[in-house]
Write a protein that binds this ligand. Sequence first.
Ligand code: ZN
Length: 319
Amino acid sequence: MIIKKFSKSVHIEGMELLLRRLHVDHPLYEKVRKDIHAASAGDFGEEIILKEIEQLRLPYDIHIYHKLLLRSESAFELDILLITPFGAIILEVKNIVGELAFQENPSQIIQRKENGEINKYPCPATQLNDYKYQLFQFFNDHNIPIPVDGAVIFASRKSFVSTSTNKAKILYKNEIRPYLRKIQIQKQLLTAEEMERIRRIILRKNDPFTYFPLTKHFSINPNELIKGVECPKCKFIGMKKIKHTWECPKCKRKDQTAYRGAIATYLLLYKDSITNKECRDFLKLNNRHEANRILTNSDLIKVGNTRSAFYRMKPFNQS
Ligand SMILES: [Zn+2]
């Protein structure tokens, strides 16, 4: 049974917004573009694996969760979590193609593509072991004494592991079936009611809203971003505020609420609050009262009443 279905990575949307605000000759433009590509490939791999699991007819009950962000010692994100009567299973999915070699000391994975390109990535086995530890602690904190197991899964047929590791179970996509069949040999530990209780706790504690300003994440000076309101039609950045509406100087599109995208972008890329002055600067407005109206209509929380007042995002509504 699918408890939390596939959803696109939220960071991709943020990175796409960031990319649109970077000049093509910015030194980090390529890096952001590549990261978007990698994140999209990651999502694609996870979707493939989820479909594979959904199609399995297992002789026991299974709860499937896609992308969970939980907190124990620190925040940790699980690609796929399975809760079975025998315990929890974390699947760390990688969609990296080419020849892959696990290395130790330091742990990393080296990718050799067909075209000779070589890349290195953090070791997914080390990641998995950390998540196993953290999930075990999380369950402990919530009085759920169950074993936590897991595997690293390579989603693509074009992945070829030339040097494996014994730090964790490493699987190709077609090995999921026998892997999940085997766990049944263990003793049944959870009843349907207990799995239901775990479901409620996990969904309550899942906190997908990890705020981090993307300029900070990429070490980009916020002043280097292209400022202005983006045209919803032709994507030109620099709509003009005219009476009662915004107008695109390029395609002449008029849109009363075009500023909303710019405010959301600011909060995602710069920081989680905005002042009147910052709003005028980012939206290229020169009217304090206009900025005030915009901020009041932006579904934000006002903090303070003086000239130094600022507006903050509302806390994320947990499902
Ligand atoms: Zn336009």
